[in-house]
Design a protein around this ligand. Structure first.
Ligand SMILES: Nc1nc2c(c(=O)[nH]1)N[C@H]1C(S)=C(S)[C@@H](COP(=O)(O)O)O[C@H]1N2
Ligand SMILES: [Mo]
Length: 209
């Protein structure tokens, strides 16, 4: 292949946060096995500090009947690859907040997935209009490796903040670390300020470990 066919310098793309490089295609990355989808027992729960104090849940049909949005968002993995410019469709996290309001003093949420994977978010990051429980990418249903039937996408944070195979949202009155946040990753995970590891945390970035 001749010099003339070389790609332009990808690191100059203004959508790439510092220390990230462009990824072609869509790698599969997660801890543990891919769960098998069981349509009859699958549900999507909202529990914890709801305004009504009641737990809410949708079955598969009910979840798929919720109002839908499409958002454009990038995926930045802390291992330094970024996938730019996807269109994610699904249920906006703000729709979940509207349908199952949190109590007034809720500050954070934990998003739970199959096999106990979890990630914590500040309520403001969860309520951001870019945060979506995605069922489709670029018009195609997610494959099971990428999180079918539903995964969270939080494009403004590192991608571990977006669990695949989501099953529940827990409203919390105080912050608590999720799966990777307990294992040395940054509690807030803003890729634009390279918040990769928990040793970089400043007072106020997260609960004590
Ligand atoms: N349930 C679950 N979700 C997860 C993970 C995981 O280990 N388990 N890994 C996260 C990480 S670190 C990344 S980079 C993205 C990768 O998503 P992809 O496999 O669709 O590229 O999934 C995130 N969601
Ligand atoms: Mo990642």
């Amino acid at each position: 292949m001749g010099q003339s066919e070389q790609e332009p310098l990808q690191s100059s793309d203004p959508r790439l946060p510092p220390g990230q490089r462009l990824q072609r295609g869509w790698p599969v990355l997660h801890y543990g096995p891919v769960p098998r989808f069981k349509p009859l027992t699958w549900d999507f729960q909202v529990f914890g500090a709801t305004a009504s104090a009641d737990k809410h849940s949708w079955d598969f049909e009910g979840f798929n009947a919720l109002p839908r949005v499409t958002v454009r968002g990038d995926l930045h993995c802390v291992t330094r690859f970024s996938m730019l410019g996807s269109e994610w469709s699904g249920v906006s996290a703000s729709t979940i907040l509207d349908l199952v309001p949190p109590a007034d003093d809720v500050t954070h949420v934990m998003v739970w997935a199959e096999y106990g994977y979890s990630s914590n978010l500040r309520l403001a990051d969860f309520a951001d209009p870019r945060t979506v429980f995605a069922t489709h990418r670029n018009g195609e249903p997610l494959t099971v490796e990428h999180g079918f039937p539903v995964r969270l996408v939080v494009p403004q944070l590192y991608a571990w903040k977006g669990p695949k195979w989501v099953r529940a949202v827990e409203y919390m009155r105080a912050d608590r670390r999720g799966f990777w946040e307990e294992r040395g990753y940054h509690n807030r995970a803003d890729p634009w300020s390279e918040q990769r590891y928990s040793y970089q945390e400043e007072p106020g970035d997260g609960p004590l470990r």
